[in-house]
Ligand binder design. Structure first.
Ligand code: SAM
Length: 286
């Protein structure tokens, strides 16, 4: 596999304006937000710009909360190409958007357009932007998440993106669902997963990436189609793994494959700097 780092450039509705002192300054449409960023150990480049922020997420005594300077909408609409979605100030500093996923959305779109209605599974799907991209490209999508709130947010985003069919939403534990699909003999031509370091299924099933990801990969082998061109995309966040670790996990489960692996980086506007936000591995069946 090739080691290629993917960098997300600013787009009309999103940009990383500045970063430093363990924080980042981002523009989401017309709203500028400040969020903690453990990677940003360097100094800020444009300190004056930060006073424009309307809200900041601050951790104190192990608890985190948004501090709003001005009145701010409960949610507001953004776009990435023809994908429409809403962002919100949620607990745990998330906004409903992982902007560094943009190069993966492009790849998902390209990977699907060359196929005839592929069957695609999106595990840990969160607000469903990858599911929308896949459905718009012509796939039949199974979107799974353990959170009812995430699934309803994903459905809202799909409707906002004029995707009214082609996605089924599953509220379940990822491990349980994949095992069940294996017993049912179901096969997927595309698998997308973005597991957290720690999570819980709808019935409290505990997900620990260090123990469960290798097991999930073994179960995915049963339902991952052998058709040439079938693709698997694994993302990783905040779990402390390097891209090489994920590449060797995939290699140990699926054998040496065609594909890429590397970092997911977010580029700062008008600067050569970027933040390494996550890691990814992409496998394509020969
Ligand atoms: C980091 S988010 C995924 C981000 C998403 N892929 C994106 O790019 O927008 C992790 C998601 O995993 C879900 N989750 C956590 N534990 C789970 C489990 N055991 N089974 C299924 N989903 C789980 C959470 O509800 C959350 O929506």
């Amino acid at each position: 596999m090739e080691n290629i780092n993917l960098t997300t450039e600013p787009w009309e509705d999103y940009e990383l304006l500045d970063s430093g002192d363990n924080r980042k300054l981002e523009r989401y449409g017309s709203a500028i937000l400040i969020r903690p960023e453990t990677q940003a150990i360097w100094r800020r480049k444009q300190p004056d710009l930060w006073s424009k922020a309307v809200a900041e997420f601050i951790w104190s005594d192990g608890k985190g909360a948004w501090h709003k300077k001005d009145r701010i909408a409960e949610k507001w609409a953004l776009k990435w190409r023809d994908v429409s979605f809403s962002v919100r100030l949620t607990s745990f500093k998330h906004t409903g958007l992982f902007p560094e996923q943009a190069p993966n959305w492009e790849w998902i779109d390209k990977s699907i357009r060359t196929k005839d209605k592929p069957n695609v599974l999106n595990l840990f799907g969160y607000t469903g932007l990858a599911s929308i991209v896949a459905a718009k490209a012509g796939a039949t999508v199974t979107h799974l998440d353990a959170s009812r709130q995430s699934n309803s947010w994903a459905k809202e985003n799909a409707i906002a993106s004029d995707v009214t069919k082609g996605i089924r939403y599953i509220l379940d534990d990822a491990m349980k669902f994949v095992k069940r699909e294996g017993r049912r003999g179901v096969s997927y031509d595309g698998v997308i997963l973005d597991p957290p370091a720690f999570g819980r299924g709808p019935k409290g099933e505990v997900w620990r990436i260090e123990e469960d990801l290798p097991k999930l990969m073994d179960d995915l082998k049963v339902i991952f189609s052998h058709k040439p061109g079938s693709f698997l995309l694994l993302n990783g966040y905040a779990a402390g793994y390097t891209p090489l670790s994920f590449e060797q996990l995939i290699d140990s489960c699926f054998g040496s494959s065609t594909g890429e692996f590397g970092e997911l980086r977010l580029k700062e506007t008008d600067s050569s700097r970027s933040i390494s936000e996550g890691i990814y591995v992409r496998l394509v069946r020969n």
